[in-house]
Design a protein around this ligand. Structure first.
Ligand code: ADP
Length: 303
């Protein structure tokens, strides 16, 4: 097969591993920087221009989008253009956009009955105390909607601290959400790597001492974890609701069962492959081999 990986940098671990896995399985593979693609609309044959080349329908059999959150808008437009050309994209543009919108994701997950931490959002409430009461009072977590890698995620231990932080964020016109603090998670979360409706690998990430955020970028450590049936089912359902074939589903272990925090459409491979010693890149390529065939049907999300 001819596979295109949309990535800004071929040296990134995840990109390099996907290239390696595709080649090992006998495929032709190219890394394309989506930011440098341009597209013309309104013609009968949608195509993509890249440097001095033009890509058309037959040039690729499958596309693996690895779109960073800072370029979601343009990146998903490029993925959409590949879709318009009739090329199979392992994650569809609409599913990537859906999962990048934190509010929309939380609303969808909650509507479909997936467990999530009690969450409230507001633009400019007159009643900050009421908002805090909504999630059960302090301690609580305040999150910047645009944040990634744990930046802009704040634990407010007291009501006073919560009020100050909420007012400060609102004062600079930042969009935030407020969430109950899941204390019993003990500074750990679980990343479930879902491919084709199955959890193919999972790791527990634990925050360093004195920190509640377990992001590996914030010094968290990762180890292999055994999931319960309930946790597996929650992760698979979250992926299905988002309509993502390949994704990372992050959940917290709470006293009332697994609570989904986030679904990531371009999950990193380094931490999960290291912690689980699994060939996650190979499993993604294998999934594409089965599903990129003509007339294959991909998972589609709702809403
Ligand atoms: P980001 O998308 O920036 O990584 P997250 O929402 O995943 O932000 O939060 C970062 C980390 O903070 C999580 O991995 C988790 O360890 C911790 N965390 C987030 N929300 C909660 C919560 N409601 N209760 C307890 N810990 C949380």
């Amino acid at each position: 097969m001819k596979i295109a990986i949309l990535s800004r940098n071929r040296k990134l671990y995840s990109t390099a591993r996907l290239v390696e896995a595709a080649k090992k399985r006998g495929h032709e593979v190219r890394v394309i920087d989506h930011i440098r693609c341009f597209m013309d609309m309104g013609t009968d044959n949608p195509s993509i221009h890249y440097k001095d080349e033009e890509f058309n329908k037959g040039d690729f059999d499958a596309v693996i989008p690895r779109i960073g959150s800072s370029v979601t808008f343009y990146g998903t437009a490029v993925v959409r253009q590949f879709e318009m050309m009739g090329i199979y994209c392992v994650n569809e543009s609409v599913a990537i956009s859906r999962s990048r919108d934190k509010l929309r994701s939380i609303q969808l997950l909650s509507r479909k009955g997936v467990g999530i931490p009690v969450t409230a959002f507001a633009n400019s409430p007159d009643d900050v105390s009421g908002l805090i009461r909504e999630v059960g009072g302090a301690p609580l977590v305040i999150k910047l909607l645009e944040g990634t890698q744990g930046i802009g995620v704040v634990l407010a231990e007291t009501k006073k601290a919560a009020e100050s932080v909420i007012e400060a964020f609102m004062g600079v016109k930042s969009n935030i959400l407020i969430q109950e603090f899941i204390k019993e998670a003990g500074g750990s979360d679980i990343r479930c790597f879902v491919v084709g409706g199955e959890v193919i690998a999972a790791m527990q990430r634990t925050a360093p001492a004195g920190e509640f955020r377990s992001n590996l970028h914030r010094g968290g450590s990762a180890e292999l974890v055994q999931l319960t049936k309930e946790e597996k089912a929650a992760a698979v359902k979250a992926a299905e609701i988002m309509g993502l074939n390949v994704c990372g589903v992050d959940l917290l272990r709470s006293s009332r069962g697994p609570l989904i925090m986030e679904v990531n459409s371009s999950p990193g491979l380094e931490g999960i492959e290291e912690a689980t010693k699994k060939d996650v890149a190979g499993m993604i390529i294998e999934f594409i081999e089965v599903n990129a065939k003509p007339n294959a049907t991909a998972t589609r999300g709702k809403g």
